[in-house]
Design a protein around this ligand. Structure first.
Ligand SMILES: [Zn+2]
Length: 261
């Protein structure tokens, strides 16, 4: 696994000419995830899942190239929380299309957008970018992770993980809750405010439909807490398992779509 911004151009040429390159573009956002987690959770998670998926793709014969993360996205539901930043969907869509076209120009024509942020407008923008790149015949493109297609999201993130949840209400775990906090404790523990977690009360009785459909803002449906579920149920060991399984899930989805190179 190589990072595109850490290699010189002759190495990029070798990769593109080799015909086995597969580029992963992690996409996140700057968005609140409760008082205990940093604003960059979804960007960091997208990077962690990219690194976890890469060895499985390499085993199948691909040369995995990780492009620099898009750290900004569309975050309308949480926009009232200090520090949350939002792009317009067209801005995000243009970024992905322009990055995809630049990659394709040099022969990197397999692009996997690995998205760590669940927001309907954000996911739609990524899907629109995918469609534009495909119709321009610029590249093969998949959007994995949190996808506009709920079956894709389930295949990447939900398959094979539920038994590891400690929460008494795994069906209510969401944004900033057990899963994301566990991944944070595993992947970027120094950025977690551990001393705060013990004081976080469960948020199980929120308006699930409003959360899923983004018909109400996160602040009002979480009483200003900014998380959904129970961060106290999170464990670093759970995070390690989630990252390993979801990385394999994501690789499986890609291999099922494209096969080996
Ligand atoms: Zn998140």
């Amino acid at each position: 696994m190589l990072e595109l911004n850490k290699i010189p151009f002759p190495e990029a040429k070798r990769l593109a000419d080799g015909g086995r390159a597969l580029t992963i573009l992690p996409v996140g956002v700057v968005e609140e995830h409760g008082a205990h987690l940093p604003l960059g959770v979804d960007s960091f998670a997208a990077e962690i899942y990219s690194a976890s998926a890469a060895p499985h793709l390499e085993e199948a014969g691909y040369e995995v190239v990780i492009a620099p993360t898009i750290n900004y996205g569309v975050a309308r539901a949480a926009i009232d929380f200090p520090g949350t930043l939002s792009l317009e969907p067209e801005t995000l869509r243009s970024m992905v299309v322009e990055i995809g076209k630049s990659l394709a120009r040099h022969g990197f024509n397999r692009l996997v957008v690995l998205n760590g942020h669940r927001d309907l407008h954000h996911m739609k923008a990524l899907d629109d970018a995918r469609a534009m790149l495909i119709s321009a015949k610029a590249a093969q493109v998949l959007v994995v992770g949190f996808s506009h297609d709920p079956e894709m999201t389930a295949a990447c993130y939900r398959e094979g993980v539920k038994q590891f949840y400690q929460s008494p209400r795994p069906d209510r775990e969401g944004h900033g809750g057990e899963s994301e906090t566990s991944v944070a404790l595993h992947g970027f523990p120094d950025l977690v405010k551990r001393d705060m977690i013990g004081g976080l009360t469960p948020n199980f009785d929120y308006d699930v439909e409003a959360f899923r459909n983004e018909t109400k803002d996160y602040s009002s449906i979480s009483d200003g807490r900014g998380y959904f579920g129970w961060p106290q149920a999170a464990r670093a060991e759970t995070g390690a398992k989630l990252v390993a399984i979801r990385g394999r899930n994501i690789a499986n989805v890609i291999l099922k779509a494209w096969g080996a190179p």
